[in-house]
Design a protein around this ligand. Structure first.
Ligand code: F6R
Length: 366
């Protein structure tokens, strides 16, 4: 049932090209002229009227929401708040006349996310759910649903659910931006072609596995590590840190690279492993200057950038190269080496990878 893989997590990491392909299937017009999310009841008039979006989720799904915010704000120009469900449900959120609430939940059964969904509905607001489980509570109770076709995810640590949640958010963001006239046909075509290339590109990223397996040996005796990046890279860094914590039990912190010098740099000492994401060309130089800061304190840095950008080798100890894609889509590729790193670190430490201590796959308690 693990298809020849030693753990479900590794199998699910390798299923991402298929999961991404399945989640895109039928949702891009053949001539790349538009997004087809025909399952939505949301009509164009409502999409045009939306004046605020609240994205609500937990854990990895919340991290997907952070990427969603960047995408929706930059394409569709709608302000987006991303909230942790267990926080959101206990305060009194402010709604504008046309707030759209998006809940993201792989299982569709997470207690805090469902409670938030129900409270929002009770207040007469419209809820769109992004979920991986047909027939789940979130799927049944939301007004609109985008199913991610990742297939069953068995390992507690979420991998292919995250990448497919990003696909759903890209499709929705592009669709809203197009309907609202914020992006033109040419940009839509460029983005949709970029999405269409992702299954192939994710396949290629999986080839970095041996490099990460080697690097992960550094974590056998390390208790602390940092993931740094800016903008979208920072959101992916947060997901990388969570993954490493939950299955390898190593303390990991994600930091906005430009914020390090405001305190956290004090923790960077000789030999501390730092994972530095530099996948965004417009912020590349800024990120490199932050990498130089951690290198100066003796950090051992694994950098990540796009193929062809050998410049990074001048600054870091090792580089992971990602296939070239549109910068906005890079998170889908950048997260995969981080999943592999967490996986191999956990294996190297002899942990129960698929069933980490203290954690459950579906958190149905508050
Ligand atoms: C981490 C992980 C959790 C879940 C979180 C939400 O690898 O899997 O952080 O993302 O418990 O679960 P769903 O998406 O089912 O609501």
């Amino acid at each position: 049932e693990r298809g020849g893989y030693p753990h479900f997590m590794l199998k699910e990491i390798h299923e991402q090209p298929k999961a991404v392909r399945d989640t895109l299937r039928g949702r891009i017009a053949e001539d790349f002229s538009r997004v087809q999310l025909d399952e939505l009841n949301l009509d164009d008039a409502f999409m045009k009227a939306v004046d605020r979006i609240h994205i609500i989720a937990c854990g990895t799904s919340w991290h997907a929401g952070l990427v969603g915010k960047a995408v929706i704000e930059s394409y569709a120009r709608i302000p987006v708040d991303v909230e942790i469900a267990s926080e959101y449900r206990y305060r009194r959120p402010l709604f504008t006349p046309n707030t759209l609430v998006i809940v993201i939940s792989q299982s569709g059964e997470t207690a805090d996310t469902l409670a938030a969904l129900r409270e929002v509905k009770r207040q007469g607001r419209r809820v769109l759910a992004i979920t991986n489980v047909v027939g789940s509570s979130a799927e049944r109770e939301a007004d609109d649903v985008i199913i991610t076709w990742a297939g069953p995810e068995i390992a507690v640590a979420s991998t292919k659910a995250y990448t497919t949640q990003l696909i759903a958010l890209y499709l929705l963001g592009i669709k809203m931006a197009h309907v609202r006239g914020e992006i033109g046909d040419d940009k839509v075509r460029e983005l949709l072609k970029g999405l269409e290339d992702l299954p192939q590109a994710t396949e290629q990223v999986l080839d970095t596995a041996p490099q990460l397996e080697r690097f992960a040996q550094r974590y056998v005796d390390t208790m602390d590590t940092f993931f740094i990046g800016r903008s979208l890279d920072y959101s992916v860094a947060m997901e990388g840190a969570l993954k490493l914590k939950e299955i390898s039990y190593i303390h990991a912190e994600a930091y906005a690279a430009g914020e390090l010098k405001h305190g956290t740099l004090a923790l960077i000492t000789e030999g501390v492993p730092v994972i530095a994401l530099a996948t965004q060309p417009d912020l590349y130089e800024k990120t490199v200057s932050n990498i130089v800061e951690v290198k100066a304190r003796g950090a051992f840095v694994l950098g990540m950038t796009w193929i062809g950008n050998e410049d990074l080798e001048k600054t870091v100890d090792e580089v992971i190269y990602l296939p070239k894609t549109l910068p906005e889509l890079a998170p889908i590729l950048a997260v995969i080496p981080l999943q592999l790193l967490a996986y191999y670190a956990a294996v190297a430490r002899g942990n129960d990878v698929d069933k980490p201590r203290n954690l459950a796959k579906s958190v149905t308690v508050e």
